[in-house]
Write a protein that binds this ligand. Structure first.
Ligand SMILES: [Ca+2]
Length: 281
């Protein structure tokens, strides 16, 4: 039985055993994620040691319902998306307003694409359980190099000086952006409790925004302490008429620092949203 995670209990995402003890739900296979699990409403917690936010939708854009979004960032007017599923994973450049694919590169069939991030003129990406990082050119998606990591690769973003990687656990790993060696790691906590299932990442004004897998929540993490300082509740972002059998969980955060725009979407979602955060404490 895995460790009790009071943070998820606080957010209404933990099942209770017969004894009343809160236990973390067993992970299903990653590619079989439950939209239903992501729709649970958070419980109120007056003592939550973090700020709480909801989203105001500023703009809605089309998103490819065949795109199993695993990585997302915005650069120079375009979206870049890394998609998952073995045999279907790809690196794509997209037109924001239409969702039209500007260019795309399919990954090897054995790779399940995960997080992507821009570093200089290169796109760095992860491949879930293959332990292989890929380096592509930004302009032509030409593969330039590979690197290797222990364990699983989930989300990827970057501070001004380092790459930041999640692996599905409570840890964020910090990597040297040129050697890809791990330089340090921190455990992410909320009120002293570990926060697990940290998925897609985005660096936003000195904080790491992180999708929490199988939830409608984005955690705002202080990268120096690992503490969750805010939680964004995105429940209800998709309307019932938007949801089909193939609609999967919230995943994918992109920030346009030039215009201060924040974008979110999900795996196989029909829409991508520009949102504004409204504090609800
Ligand atoms: Ca991102």
């Amino acid at each position: 039985m895995r460790k009790i995670v009071c943070f998820f209990l606080c957010l209404g995402l933990v099942a209770c055993s017969k004894s009343g003890e809160a236990v973390e739900m067993t992970d299903p296979p990653k590619q079989q994620q439950s939209q239903a699990a992501a729709q649970k409403a958070p419980a109120k917690s007056a003592s939550a040691p973090f700020k709480r936010y909801r989203a105001q939708i500023i703009n809605t854009f089309p998103h490819d319902t065949d795109a199993f979004t695993q990585g997302l960032f915005f650069h120079d007017g375009a979206l870049y998306e890394g998609t998952g599923q073995r045999g279907q994973s790809a690196l794509r450049q997209l037109e924001l307003e239409t969702g039209k694919v500007i260019k795309s590169k399919k990954l090897e069939d054995r790779f399940f694409g995960e997080g992507i991030v821009l570093w200089g003129d290169k796109i760095i990406s992860l491949t879930w359980q293959a332990g292989t990082g890929l380096v592509h050119s930004l302009d032509g998606f030409e593969e330039l190099a590979r690197f290797y990591y222990d364990g699983e690769g989930w989300g990827l973003t970057a501070s001004p000086t380092e790459l930041i990687m999640s692996d599905g656990s409570s840890f964020l790993r910090f990597l040297d952006p040129t050697t890809f060696e791990e330089t340090s790691r921190i455990s992410v906590t909320a009120g002293g409790d570990k926060v697990t299932r940290i998925n897609e990442l985005e660096w936003v004004n000195g904080l790491v925004f992180a999708n929490l897998w199988q939830s409608n929540f984005i955690a705002q993490i202080d990268p120096t302490t690992g503490k969750v300082v805010g939680v964004i509740d995105l429940s209800g972002l998709l309307k019932p008429e938007d949801i089909t059998a193939k609609t999967d969980v919230l995943n994918g955060i992109a920030y346009d620092k030039e215009t201060n725009r924040l974008f979110v979407t999900g795996k196989n979602w029909p829409k991508l949203f520009e949102i504004k955060l409204i504090e609800v404490n």
